[in-house]
Design a protein around this ligand. Structure first.
Ligand SMILES: Cc1cc2nc3c(=O)[nH]c(=O)nc-3n(C[C@H](O)[C@H](O)[C@H](O)COP(=O)(O)OP(=O)(O)OC[C@H]3O[C@@H](n4cnc5c(N)ncnc54)[C@H](O)[C@@H]3O)c2cc1C
Length: 409
């Protein structure tokens, strides 16, 4: 187990500087264009693939960094460049992690390469869990997967919503109910291979922020996938369902629900790191502006009213990063999240990003309110962090339940 340290090692510094260069030279200059176009920035993803940033190898390397800091460092730098484009680059990772976490070695080897494609023909993947009536309340999921034993196929029906890359993905990972009696323990994940009949894109959403990232409904109508597309396999699923039924019968249902919520603890710091990247980007623009914009014969930073805002912004960003790094190290070290430290990091970092980007607009005055400067886009982008991967209210619910041991509603 790696000791916790705030000093990045030489390899990490090299990766960070390389990512920062890509974010500064390729992502940031393209940000405004793709935000306006509201389209997936395929050429930028392709550039990322060419240099090795858009690849399973790169994510696996960061994911298995024993210090736990590989992923948060990568997320912060890419999202510092631009949140919408960065999400287009890392969105496939959501689906890939779903397969890495639940799939067999064969499934990992078969499907993850198809999620990324290659530098000459890049592909993306989508992770489809949310539904119109099952957002925060994942247990209300309605999409059903029914096993057709005669054909060894699963038949999927339902409507997914808010899927990043939904409908444009080569591979979709779809979460569906296989046993409605045991809540979220009765959910299973399925691979829907490329060009499977019955899967179609529904509405593509026009969004407030992260507009370079494609978000859409995914409609599943009698989608038949082979038995080997059930992640983890049927035997493991049957055992898991049997255990869930035993627990439910022994009146341990609440513990089952809380255990399901706890599984997100390890992934939430990565979203916190994205928020830190956006907040830092806006803070840097505001700091530069405050030092060069002159009013009443002096730079506006000479006023405590402006300088103290910048002091608070930087303090909160650093505090957010520390919470993110702590939780990321805990996940890598296999430490239990006894105080929901993963949720704490996501809650604090996402709220900080919203606050800091709003302050950056204020510091830039009229310019901050225009699309000539990037802070208004960063503020629009920052709003997503308190919503996806669990809203701020859900983070507080998880933290409060974890601290108190009470089923707080
Ligand atoms: C741009 C974008 C990309 C996304 N990408 C994906 C993706 O790739 N895959 C995927 O599966 N999903 C994705 N999502 C879905 C996202 O995870 C959900 O939007 C989120 O979980 C919230 O669900 P909801 O939108 O249905 O809000 P709701 O759950 O309806 O919540 C509405 C409001 O009520 C509050 N609330 C709800 N329950 C409680 C409670 N018990 N206590 C207090 N307050 C409560 C919420 O905090 C929120 O403020 C994405 C969403 C967006 C906007």
């Amino acid at each position: 187990m790696a000791e916790f340290t705030l000093e990045l090692n030489d390899d990490q510094k090299q990766v960070r500087d390389w990512l920062h260069g890509f974010a500064a030279d390729v992502i940031r200059p393209a940000a405004s264009e793709w935000d306006e176009r509201e389209e997936t920035p395929w050429p930028v993803i392709q550039e990322a693939a060419k240099v090795g940033i858009y690849s399973l190898d790169f994510y696996a390397q960061q994911f298995f960094d024993p210090t736990g800091l590989g992923i948060p460092m990568a997320m912060e730098e890419l999202f510092w460049g631009d949140a919408g484009i960065a999400l287009s680059i890392v969105g496939t990772g959501l689906a890939a992690v779903g397969v890495l976490a639940n799939g067999t070695e064969e499934q990992i080897g078969t499907w993850i390469p198809q999620m990324y494609g290659d530098a000459n023909d890049v592909k993306v993947a989508a992770f489809c869990s949310s539904e119109p009536d099952a957002g925060s309340d994942v247990a209300s999921m309605r999409t059903r997967a029914v096993y057709d034993q005669a054909k060894d196929e699963w038949v999927l029906n339902g409507t997914k919503t808010w899927a990043t890359n939904g409908g444009i993905a080569n591979v979709h990972v779809v979460v569906a109910v296989v046993d409605a009696e045991v809540g979220s323990k009765g959910h299973a994940s399925f691979i829907v291979p490329p060009d499977t009949p019955g899967l179609s894109q529904g509405q593509k959403f026009k969004k407030h922020g992260i507009r370079a990232s494609h978000t859409a409904e995914v409609v599943l109508e009698d989608v038949r996938v082979p038995g080997h597309c059930l992640l983890g396999g049927k035997e493991k699923l049957d055992q898991r369902l049997a255990r869930a039924h035993e627990r439910a019968a022994s009146g341990d249902g609440e513990r089952v629900k809380n255990a399901a919520m706890a599984t997100f603890e390890a992934s939430r710091p990565a979203v916190g790191a994205m928020a830190v990247g956006t907040a830092r980007a806006a803070y840097e623009v505001a700091l530069d502006y405050a030092k060069t914009r002159t009013q009443f014969g002096r730079p506006i930073i000479d006023n405590q009213g402006v300088a103290f805002q910048l002091a608070d912004m930087r303090t909160q960003i650093d505090a957010a990063r520390l919470l993110v790094w702590r939780a990321s190290w805990m996940a890598a070290a296999g430490k239990p999240f006894e105080s929901a430290e993963g949720s704490m990091s996501k809650l604090y970092a996402s709220e900080t990003a919203k606050k800091v980007t709003a302050q950056a607009i204020q510091i830039l005055g009229g310019n901050g309110f225009t699309r000539e400067y990037p802070v208004e886009r960063m503020h629009r982008d920052a709003a997503i962090y308190t919503i996806f991967e669990g809203t701020s209210e859900i983070q507080r619910l998880v933290i409060a339940r974890t601290l108190s041991g009470m089923p707080i509603r």
